[in-house]
Design a protein around this ligand. Structure first.
Ligand SMILES: Cc1cc2nc3c(=O)[nH]c(=O)nc-3n(C[C@H](O)[C@H](O)[C@H](O)COP(=O)(O)O)c2cc1C
Length: 211
């Protein structure tokens, strides 16, 4: 198991060139999406959604607003982590309802917890909530990339894109969403030389600061 994990993590790299002719299977894609759904989030509120862009014409358009990066059109699947624009009291109420249904606990028992979450959100500006929500999306993106690597599926996390233009082109405003992180998923092209480049990483002793 430890070898499998280390091998997968070394095999993974931020893929610069995808093979447009190779498609990720539905079964693998399902597992990849499930890793996002099962990822931990603050309070469990999951304040983001994973958007799958299925229209090739839209994907073509996105290249120009992704610093010219062609992964967004060439990868088998284009996913976009998008934060929710309204993580408000009504959203917390929905989450409490779901908890009541899932765990069979009474709503009264969860009232205090709900009020605590509402207070937490009310204490932040819209900008701060957006940042908090994108942190949750980033954690889930790590789950996605590791799951994909274990399945020998390539990914590229991408911050190099114009958020406003993405929201415009994909109509995310109307869905109450805002693009936070772009994630093409697919298979590396055989001539992507980045695949064989040595990993540039600090030493393990430098990473782990024991105090
Ligand atoms: C949040 C984030 C944003 C990134 N944005 C881009 C990007 O826009 N384009 C790209 O090719 N790589 C992007 N990367 C990939 C990093 O450059 C890459 O992970 C890093 O150089 C380490 O290399 P490796 O992942 O190939 O091992 C991003 C990575 C992260 C975590």
């Amino acid at each position: 198991m430890s070898n499998t994990i280390t091998d997968a993590l070394n095999w993974r790299y931020a893929t610069k060139k995808f093979d447009p002719s190779k498609a990720v299977s539905d079964a693998d894609l399902k597992l990849i999406v499930e890793s996002v759904r099962l990822a931990p989030t603050s309070f469990g509120l999951q304040p983001f959604r994973l958007v799958q862009v299925t229209d090739p014409a839209q994907r073509e358009k996105l290249v120009a607003v992704s610093w010219g990066q062609t992964q967004v059109k060439d990868a088998s699947t284009l996913l976009v982590f998008a934060t929710l624009n309204n993580v408000d009291s009504a959203y917390v109420d929905k989450f409490i309802d779901l908890t009541v249904k899932t765990r069979g606990v009474s709503a009264e028992k969860l009232e205090g917890y709900g009020n605590m979450m509402k207070g937490f959100l009310q204490g932040m500006s819209a900008e701060k909530i957006k940042m908090w929500a994108s942190k949750q999306a980033y954690i889930a993106s790590g789950f996605l990339m590791e799951t994909a690597a274990l399945l020998n599926v390539d990914t590229c996390p991408m911050e190099g894109f114009d958020e406003k233009k993405y929201n415009e082109i994909l109509g995310l405003d109307e869905l109450g969403l805002s693009a936070a992180l772009v994630m093409p998923v697919g298979y590396r092209a055989t001539d992507d030389h980045h695949a064989t480049a040595a990993k540039v990483r600090i030493a393990a002793e430098e990473m782990l600061v024991k105090i």
